[in-house]
Design a protein around this ligand. Structure first.
Ligand code: ZN
Length: 302
């Protein structure tokens, strides 16, 4: 039954389907009292977006940005015409047994209070770690809260591991290892393009079309350094950038799938419903990247 609903939703707009398109989303934010480069990193990402005339969405978490100084940095996104969503207060995984539904809902509400007065705020929720609940009660309880509070999903269609590549970026940067940084940049761009194509293929296999994608990235030093080249690489591969409001108009983001544990990319969840074989769980993680890094000449101690 669910498959039929998904299929009819997708056929109905198949005539509108155009070349592969994606919106950029950036999670977490940085705390300037912990990371001295926080403001510079944020500015550099915003500059790259401006240069390329791309409107994006940032999903800050209160625990990641710290206090008022971190909030002031996030506010810049709204001032520059980007969207700001809600990525929780404490950045907890809803799939952990010790994270209860009442505490989690309270945490979402606290983050709402912090971010909802910012210019550019939109009521969209991005689940930390893309974990949407390990039980039906938690999964459906949060969905109920979102609906009651007029929230829209802040889903991701293309998941990736930029956070892991960023860890290596910081390590090589600290060691002044320019040769490894060059290799890492090529590996990182290849990783993003590979994940984009993988999730697009999952969509073609299940929905029969390429959706308006949303790519998951983070506000991190590596993206500040390389975002411009990432954008160009996507464009060279035929990808067209759209803003997040446009991307989220795709009906695929309205789907509430009955998968447990819930979460990951929306396309991963759809593939799960369709019984696509060899789906990884978690869908993305650091160990999956060792082979790609090795291909680009980086030997990672595992
Ligand atoms: Zn996060």
């Amino acid at each position: 039954m669910l498959k039929q609903i998904i299929l009819s939703l997708c056929l109905s707009i198949s005539n509108l389907a155009i070349a592969k398109s994606l919106a950029l989303s950036f999670d977490d934010g940085l705390d300037p009292t912990v990371n001295m480069a926080a403001r510079q990193i944020n500015n550099d990402i915003l500059s790259a977006l401006k240069q390329n005339k791309i409107s994006a969405i940032v999903y800050p978490s209160v625990s990641k940005i710290g206090g008022q100084a971190g909030l002031d940095i996030i506010a810049e996104w709204g001032k520059q015409g980007h969207r700001i969503g809600n990525h929780s207060n404490l950045h907890q995984s809803l799939n952990k047994d010790e994270v209860t539904l009442p505490n989690y809902l309270n945490d979402m509400q606290q983050a709402h209070q912090t971010f909802s007065s910012l210019k550019g705020f939109v009521p969209r929720y991005r689940f930390p770690f893309l974990k949407e609940g390990n039980t039906q009660a938690k999964r459906d309880g949060v969905r109920q809260w979102l609906s009651t509070h007029h929230y829209q999903p802040g889903a991701v269609s293309i998941d990736a591991s930029d956070w892991y590549y960023n860890q290596l970026f910081l390590k090589y940067q600290q060691a002044n290892d320019q040769e490894s940084l060059n290799k890492l940049k090529q590996a990182y761009i290849a990783h993003l393009l590979d994940r984009a194509n993988y999730y697009d293929q999952l969509a073609l296999k299940t929905l029969g079309r390429s959706p308006q994608h949303v790519l998951l990235l983070h506000v991190r030093a590596m993206n500040a350094a390389w975002l411009d080249e990432v954008i160009q690489a996507f464009q060279q591969q035929g990808w067209n950038f759209i803003d997040s409001d446009t991307a989220y108009q795709d009906p695929v983001y309205k789907l509430q799938l009955q998968v447990l544990p819930a979460g990951e990319s929306i396309l991963w969840s759809i593939a799960k419903v369709y019984g696509v074989e060899n789906l990884r769980y978690p869908a993305e993680d650091a160990p999956y990247e060792y082979a790609n890094l090795q291909k680009f000449g980086l030997n990672i101690e595992q």
